[in-house]
Design a protein around this ligand. Structure first.
Ligand SMILES: Cc1ncc(COP(=O)(O)O)c(C=O)c1O
Length: 397
């Protein structure tokens, strides 16, 4: 037994259910079993070559040291330009923007910087797991507000009003949403803005999937709503849009006093984001080319293939994702839950899907299936899922 006594905040953070599943996928891979991986949350594309070249040049130029804590000035200028041109967000690169080690770090910095121990942070479930963990790290209480597939996973503003207490400080928004693929319309965000104003809440808006949207859906940046820029931290990152998850570059933009104070958290956590990765990130923002549109065109085909494949069983209720590369279908109430089904899928059909309970309370009958593998794999994986649920699995082709 270890003599290291751990702090209670560590005990409260649940081990990542996704990681445990991916470890199993890796183990099966080592044994020679090829698994169709619907569990992973990252694009399967390579980072576009010109972005890699920019990072290589930065390395050769000796950009191997710490950078300014808030990030290099060229990167912050590129972020400010991007936010202005694409999001109608107006931030000063010198005082209102901070480059972070991924959006992950930005979320943790926001929670550590905004929440006192015992404060409450509202977030909509099912949700990406880091929001609750970041609130726990801050000693705060994550408060789940469930959304339902019957309502296309759109939050109900009345549920937010009911959840408010004198300790509510922060509301977290994530649209386009991981794991549901929902995109929140402007009218809903306007209602949330009214609540934030009335209850004097800070808003953390994680917009990392903003560019991955389908059909007529589009992502509204929360801070563009009247009066919201002063109470919002806008969080974004390069990982999903440019297939750069391993580069660990994200960013946060917000009011100057808040960014100045939050830099003290960031400074002590990571000092700065990786120097040469920042050079690559700047290149991605300044010269995005067609890479995002090309990836989205492929995700659209994969989404359609997944939905068409899953429609071959009546054992799943599926919402057609409007954004991201995730679907969060529901199993019937009267059958086995998604823990059991995802285990059977992995063992019998060699398909990995994440059980819904990982994303919040009450999602035991959902699974998250990401469509960031090849079109052929998505088609084949969806066939196996439908056949297994129909009780007529014809084997691995
Ligand atoms: C909603 C959401 N925000 C942030 C992140 C993490 O982004 P990054 O890789 O930039 O830390 C993820 C990763 O899955 C995510 O799903």
């Amino acid at each position: 037994m270890s003599a290291l006594r751990l702090a209670s905040r560590v005990e409260r953070i649940k081990p990542s259910g996704i990681r445990l599943l991916l470890d199993e996928v890796e183990r099966l891979g080592r044994e020679g079993t090829r698994v169709i991986n619907f569990a992973i949350g990252r694009p399967d594309f390579d980072t576009p070559p010109h972005i890699k070249e920019a990072a290589k040049r930065a390395l050769d130029d000796g950009q191997v040291h710490y950078t300014l804590n808030a990030g290099t000035i060229p990167l912050r200028e590129a972020i400010a330009e991007k936010l202005k041109a694409q999001n109608d967000l107006h931030y000063d690169p010198m005082t209102e923007i901070m480059a972070t080690a991924g959006a992950c770090e930005a979320v943790c910095v926001a929670c550590l910087g905004l929440l006192e121990p015992g404060d409450e942070m509202i977030y909509f479930t099912p949700a990406w797991t880091t929001y609750a963990a970041a609130a726990e790290l801050a000693g705060a209480v994550p408060v789940e507000i469930p959304t339902r597939i019957e309502n296309d996973f759109q939050p109900d503003p009345d549920d937010i009003r009911k959840a408010l207490t004198p300790r509510t400080r922060v509301i977290v928004l994530n649209s386009p949403n991981n794991p549901t693929g929902a995109v929140y319309p402007r009218e809903l965000l306007q209602e949330i803005a009214r609540i934030a104003e009335d209850a004097d809440l800070a808003v953390v808006s994680d917009e990392i999937y903003e560019q991955i949207v389908y059909d007529s859906a589009y992502s509204v940046s929360f801070a563009t709503l009247p009066g919201m820029a002063e109470r919002t931290l806008s969080i974004n990152g390069l990982g999903k849009a440019f297939s750069m998850t391993g580069w660990r570059v994200g960013y946060m933009a917000g009011p100057a006093e808040a960014i100045k104070a939050l830099l003290r958290v960031h400074q002590n956590l990571v000092a700065s984001a990786c120097a040469f990765a920042q050079a690559g990130a700047r290149e991605a923002l300044v010269n995005p080319g067609n890479s995002v549109a090309e990836m989205v065109a492929q995700y659209t085909q994969r989404r359609d293939a997944l939905c068409a494949g899953l429609a071959q069983t009546d054992k799943l209720t599926v919402m057609r994702p409007q954004g991201t590369f995730y679907s969060f279908p529901a199993l019937p109430e009267d059958g086995p839950d998604s823990d059991e089904i995802s285990l059977r899928l992995l063992r019998e059909a060699h398909v990995a899907a994440v059980p819904g309970k990982v994303f919040g309370t009450g999602y035991e009958r959902h699974m998250r299936m990401s469509f960031c593998s090849s079109l052929e794999d998505v088609e084949e994986g969806a066939r196996r899922v439908a056949e297994l649920l129909n009780g007529e699995f014809k084997g691995v082709h």
